[in-house]
Ligand binder design. Sequence first.
Ligand SMILES: [Zn+2]
Ligand SMILES: [Zn+2]
Length: 302
Amino acid sequence: MQTQPIDFHPPTEEAAPYLLPKPASIFAGRAKRFAELSAGHTLGEWLQFLGQLSQAQHEVLQGLPVLPLPDAALFEQARTHGMPPLNAASLPLPAAWQPALRQLAGHLASQAPEAGQVSLNKLLAASDAQLDELARVLLNGEPDAEQAALLPFVAAALQVVFTALASQLDVSQLQPLDVHGVCPCCGSLPVASVVRQADGISNLRYLHCALCNTEWNLARATCAACGDDEKLVQHHIEGSNGAARTETCDSCQSYLKIFYQEKDMLLDPVADDLATLALDMLVDEAGYERSGPNLLLIGANA
Ligand SMILES: [Zn+2]
Ligand SMILES: [Zn+2]
């Protein structure tokens, strides 16, 4: 493992504070990226299946109607209290999530590996109440081993619905929150951060929500979990191009990955995160705890 001080190019532009997800391309781009990353990878079959899962998410999202957003009073309440407007952990589950899950399971039934088929069949046979219980466990709780195997699919369906909801917002409806380090749209933790290269946001770092795919700007060389800006170190695998790194914080002993678009324009924070689990192992061994989940992997250690 190589370590290095954080290189800091000052941003060239005023930062757009929030980037809402684009429903036409977010999951389709991810599907393509998983397919690319799976070639020649030791976890190739799994990554390939996650590509099919992402493609199924894309198709279900394209078929969703416009979803009802919380009413104006709830938006105002969230604004007054510095809370996210689509707070996933506390608002009622969007009704669209169960049909989304059943459609996803239908799309994937013929493609999933054997263990995945068993999970999908269980989900297709589950009652509405059982599905809601699984969603609540994903968003708030500690899963048992049987639930854990089902949660990546539950997460995939919730990602579709929360991405649809987020994309219906206007960025003016988002604001900095009282709590540090969570998504300003849905209150979930980030999966990773990306230093982006695009018109108007060159060299700016964005945290990427694990649930709704919203991104929010955070100054570089700042810990995503605790906000410390002095005890961060980056690590990458020796011999790699440095597009994927971990950023460890010695203030709170956490880490999160950071991806550099200047090294690879096509990277996707969710797919590239799962293709670089070797990086997680290195920093796990050094005693750092990951500060945000990848929901397509959640429950794997339960
Ligand atoms: Zn979010
Ligand atoms: Zn920290």
